[in-house]
Design a protein around this ligand. Structure first.
Ligand SMILES: O=C[C@H](O)[C@H](O)COP(=O)(O)O
Ligand SMILES: C=C(OP(=O)(O)O)C(=O)O
Length: 447
């Protein structure tokens, strides 16, 4: 443990930071980091504390977390339509979960900063040519040319500005009338409206309308009808950026990462003695840590001790991503041992990252049924252990893409060719996302 409030970047690099790009001009990185340090925060520390309190309710079994967004945001994707479409489906999912299961839903976008990706391999080979792997727009370009794939530190400034633009729009949408519950019908538009799940949503929206008319008739018009609390999150992978966005809060003199309300540690960078865990142990934001099939109960306990030594509810969320075939064997021991030790943690299921495979026609994809089966396994394990299945983290989009197989529209492997737009992992489209929300609401009702 280093003896400073936040270790310097050099100290973190000295510990050994995994999944970082190799820049060919270290001075250029330092210059960008210096410029970033001078830019205003994207979120306030007080907002992060509010989210910690909400996640505390999740840890106590009083609320459910809905976290979702793109696998990897792109700079080109920062458009009003794209941001609104994502927000719209998240609002629809949240309404379904809240109304159908009568549980408060904490809404967390996987957006406004999700620009850096860990990769299995440092390089990619096509037709005999090998170039650096695409690691997200924060690092290099997606085009398969040497120029585009060269890590460019100037991109970090674009991460900041793209995140600021996205967050600004999201804040305007959620407080400026778009998230008003009276809009519950207008979120159900275009291709979704005509789908089977869109019809189901329409019926639910009518019930909400009736309930709101009743509330209005008795003179009740709470603020919650007109706006929602919405927070931002991303994997804090790229340490030069995350470090540059770390500031000392003037109220408490403690460090916060002010690039997002919630940040998480990925499966590939959660080593107890690694640079990411060291960095995360110093910031005060609510944080997540992925736990995959290789995580033992002792790993989870050691991570909790280091990341949340004061055992504050809401500070630490364990995001499990075992895969549909492994969750029922792997998760029980972890959950039981963590609960027996009295560790305060919110448990969230990421049913995406353990269920990826390559289709015969060469697309990285996931089966909707596997996603569902992992969530069902998650609920079953928690029910057996007497613990609370606290939420889901999904990779989804507000568009009509064809990236995951199955769901009510029965997308097949042959359909993947039609609209596969993700630059890294496959996302649920809008109809599949809404279907998942109805199915999870049913599980929640039973929980
Ligand atoms: O989104 C998650 C990871 O970045 C991704 O699954 C890694 O993908 P890869 O195995 O194609 O590198
Ligand atoms: C990379 C991710 O997941 P994991 O760390 O679980 O592989 C992710 O959520 O983008």
């Amino acid at each position: 443990m280093l003896d400073t409030p936040v270790p310097t970047l050099a100290q973190l690099n000295g510990i050994g930071a995994l999944q970082q790009p190799t820049y060919d001009d270290p001075q250029a990185v330092d210059d960008v980091v210096t410029r970033l340090r001078g830019l205003p925060p994207l979120v306030f520390a007080g907002e992060c504390d509010e989210l910690t309190a909400k996640l505390g309710a999740v840890a106590r079994g009083e609320a459910f977390l809905l976290q979702g967004g793109d696998c990897a945001e792109t700079f080109a994707g920062v458009t009003a339509d794209n941001v609104r479409n994502k927000l719209r489906v998240l609002l629809q999912m949240a309404v379904v979960l809240t109304y159908a299961a009568s549980v408060p839903v904490v809404k967390l976008g996987r957006l406004a900063g999700q620009y850096a990706k860990p990769r299995s391999s440092d390089s990619e080979t096509r037709d005999g040519i090998t170039l650096p792997a695409y690691r997200g727009d924060a690092i290099n370009g997606y085009d398969f040319t040497p120029e585009s794939r060269r890590p460019d530190p100037e991109r970090l400034l674009e991460v900041y500005h793209s995140s600021a633009a996205t967050l600004n729009l999201v804040r305007a949408f959620v407080t400026g009338g778009y998230a008003d519950l009276r809009q519950v019908h207008t979120w159900n538009t275009d291709f979704v409206k005509g789908s089977e799940v869109g019809g189901r949503y329409e019926s639910l929206a009518k019930e909400i309308d009736a309930a709101m008319r009743f509330m209005a008739a008795i003179g009740a018009d709470p603020d919650e009808f007109h706006r929602v609390d919405f927070h931002s999150s991303h994997e804090a992978l790229l340490l030069p950026y995350e470090h540059a966005m770390t500031r000392i809060d003037s109220r408490t003199q403690t460090p916060y990462n002010v690039s997002a309300h919630f940040v998480w540690i990925g499966e590939r960078t959660r080593q107890l003695d690694g640079a990411h865990v060291e960095y995360f142990s110093r910031i005060k934001n609510p944080i997540g840590c992925k736990l995959g099939p290789s995580a033992s109960a002792d790993d989870a306990l050691a991570l909790a001790a280091k990341l949340n030594p004061e055992n504050v509810p809401g500070r630490l969320t364990f995001i499990t991503r075992f895969g549909a075939g492994k969750i029922r064997d792997g998760l029980p021991h972890l959950v039981e041992k963590v609960a027996a030790a009295g560790v305060e943690v919110a448990w969230v299921c990421d049913p995406m990252h353990g269920n990826t495979f390559e289709s015969d026609n060469g697309y990285k994809t996931r089966r909707f049924d596997d996603v569902l089966e992992e969530v069902q396994g998650f609920f079953d394990v928690h029910r057996a252990a007497g613990t609370w299945p606290g939420g889901i983290l999904v990779e989804m989009t507000g568009d009509d893409v064809t990236e995951c197989i199955g769901g009510g529209e029965d997308i097949t492997a042959a359909d993947l060719v039609h609209r596969y737009e993700s630059v890294v992992d496959p996302r649920l489209n809008r109809v599949q996302s809404l279907e998942l929300a109805f199915l999870v609401a049913e599980m929640l009702r039973q929980a």
